[in-house]
Design a protein around this ligand. Structure first.
Ligand code: MLT
Length: 260
């Protein structure tokens, strides 16, 4: 079922009343990133996925977003759907939202995929500024072509050009202003590293052997700081873990969910 909650396009799958999992997608995607994962878990869990404000079918409003406003949007969804102690599952930028949400409220468990706790250093900020300039000068397609070279492994780019084209087509339908706003929202995020040692809920950390955007070692260090952590590195995958190695992703998630 799809509905709008305060301008956010939210999709719910499964039965109300079952343990909820809220899926938060990465940049510059939308909830469809999670469709195959949601299909796997919707019989046993109440799965909620949504388009981050300004992306996909969510409203763009004045496009003034921060990581804080993204987190507030997540909390509004949890409140409006009356979710009781949900599990948060965030990928990359969605992980930044989940990590900040974990500082503000308490959740049943976290699933963090290909994400990090550090905020942007100057180099990263300048890279995002260059991304905005690129979208302005050459358009979203050119920006995505570059981004995908870092996001997907070489093997996947060679093996699955159609899948990549499909994802790109979808992003091309978004408002470019929402994509630029997401870059600024990521620049605005705080460092959540300190919260890891205070986190005592179960946390699954999924990384990939060939992640060029957030290296495996970054997530390994995060896992070491969390009391109740499970660390998994997916083989044959770049940054886009749930697309490139869906089977291992689902298997890691399924095993973790059985333990909580
Ligand atoms: C993402 O996949 O969400 C982004 O690559 C994260 C980032 O750029 O920091």
């Amino acid at each position: 079922m799809q509905k709008m909650i305060d301008g956010i396009s939210v999709k719910t799958s499964g039965k109300v009343g079952k343990q909820a999992i809220v899926f938060i997608h990465g940049f510059p995607f939308d909830h469809t990133l999670w469709d195959d994962v949601v299909s796997e878990f919707k019989d046993e869990y109440y799965c909620v996925s949504y388009d981050i404000r300004g992306l996909g079918k969510s409203e763009i409003g004045d496009a003034q977003f921060t990581m804080e406003s993204y987190t507030q949007d997540l909390e509004n969804i949890v409140f409006e759907l009356k979710l009781d102690n949900p599990i948060l599952c965030g990928f990359s930028m969605g992980g930044y939202v989940a990590l900040r949400a974990n500082e503000r409220e308490s959740y049943k468990a976290l699933i963090l995929a290909n994400t990090a706790t550090n905020s942007d250093n100057d180099k990263a900020k300048l890279k995002r500024a260059a991304g905005i300039a690129k979208i302005d000068a050459k358009g979203v397609e050119s920006f995505i072509d570059d981004f995908f070279l870092a996001a997907f492994s070489e093997g996947f780019i060679k093996k699955s050009p159609q899948k990549i084209e499909e994802i790109k087509e979808n992003i091309m339908s978004f408002n470019p202003t929402g994509i630029k706003a997401a870059l600024l929202a990521m620049i605005s995020r705080t460092d959540t590293t300190q919260s890891l040692e205070k986190t005592d809920i179960p946390v699954l950390l999924i990384t990939s052997e060939n992640d060029k955007i957030i290296p495996k070692e970054t997530m390994k260090q995060m896992a070491l700081k969390i009391k109740n952590s499970t660390f998994i590195s997916l083989s044959k995958s770049g940054h886009m873990s749930m697309i490139e190695n869906l089977d291992e992703f689902k298997s890691a998630m399924g095993k973790f969910l059985k333990t909580i």
